[in-house]
Design a protein around this ligand. Structure first.
Ligand code: ADP
Ligand code: MG
Length: 311
């Protein structure tokens, strides 16, 4: 007999201990309860992953569990919020205990590392669809929005650009000598939670790189009603990405590929000296609308475009 819905939740998703001080009541009642400390705002986000749209059928469930939570925590990081708790809505074609065990391990391991509690959810049957809602705390009035970049601000990003995109190319058949790092960047992104909080009071705008730098920075530019110029030579590209570009000529991959889950943010020149977050300066915000790329002194216009589900 397959596990009932209740014993499935009990067995794979209910932990005995509470990790986050804000959790008053977790899984088991009709609602979970959280307390919001004085002086903080609640940041809420949700992201869904659908089989054959966001991941391949047969994908490793432990990696999926990690990535599903990571992409949600990354949204909290980009606002400077400290993750607190999450809910999980699972739609499963069948009860596959081995799959559930791997998935919950990948999910809960990352949750534990950041003292995030899984406080509830829903379990239904249907085509494999995974949804998380994540909640975090941010000091009142300080959340990092997309809408506040100003002409003259420097553009920065954490980490490296395009490694996850290369991981996807490898997954699709591209052969390269050192594939392990890129594959791990694609399957196991690390949400930049500490960096996000360290940018509070410092960054004028911030976004996480989920859909590709051109598209995501495009959101900052559009919502801040400014333009910007990226410096090609300054982009933090790993050796393997540089080799990929040399071999294929596909230099735009790092600009358009998604899944890096690094933070892209802007800082005014006056505040730049106080920046302690390890990051690379990759360009500058300008008053002239649109996105441009300075490639060896040649300035070209970059289309502000990212992946869209309905186009
Ligand atoms: P209800 O019928 O009141 O919506 P459910 O039977 O769906 O309650 O869920 C019982 C409890 O288990 C609730 O506390 C719910 O939040 C939790 N829950 C259900 N599915 C999940 C899941 N996939 N992950 C975590 N908690 C879950
Ligand atoms: Mg329910």
């Amino acid at each position: 007999m397959p596990l009932s819905e209740f014993s499935l939740i009990q067995r794979f998703f209910t932990k005995q201990s509470i990790a986050n001080a804000s959790t008053l009541l977790g899984i088991g009642d009709d609602c979970a309860l959280m307390s919001i400390p004085e002086g903080y705002e609640l940041a809420v986000t949700t992201d869904t992953m659908v089989e054959n749209v966001h991941f391949f059928a047969g994908a490793d469930p432990e990696l999926l569990g990690h990535k599903l939570l990571a992409v949600n925590l990354s949204d909290l990081a980009s606002m400077g919020a400290k993750p607190m708790s999450v809910t999980l809505a699972l739609t499963l074609p069948e009860v596959d205990e081995q799959w559930l065990s791997g998935f919950s391990q990948g999910f809960l391991k990352l949750a534990e590392r950041h003292s995030v509690d899984l406080i509830g959810g829903d379990t239904t049957s249907g085509p494999l669809t995974l949804t998380v809602q994540a909640m975090g705390l941010v000091p009142k009035g300080q959340a990092l929005r997309r809408s506040n970049a100003k002409p003259g601000d420097f553009i920065y990003m954490t980490g490296f650009l395009g490694d996850a995109g290369l991981g996807l190319k490898i997954q699709q058949g591209y052969r390269c000598a050192d594939s392990a790092a890129a594959l791990s960047r694609f399957h196991q992104p690390e949400p930049q939670i500490q960096a996000g909080q360290d940018l509070l009071g410092l960054a004028s705008a911030c976004i996480d790189l989920s859909d590709g730098l051109a598209g995501d920075l495009g959101h900052i530019l559009q919502q801040s009603q400014v333009g910007g110029c990226l410096d090609w030579e300054a982009l933090p590209l790993s050796k393997t990405v540089l080799t990929y570009i040399k071999e294929t000529g596909d230099w735009s991959m790092p600009l358009t590929a998604g899944d890096d889950y690094e933070l892209c943010f802007t800082v005014s020149p006056e505040r730049a000296a106080s920046l302690t977050v390890p990051a690379t300066k990759i360009g500058v915000i300008e008053s002239e609308l649109g996105m441009r790329l300075n490639k060896s002194g040649n300035i070209q216009s970059l289309e502000v475009k990212s992946f869209e589900h309905f186009s």
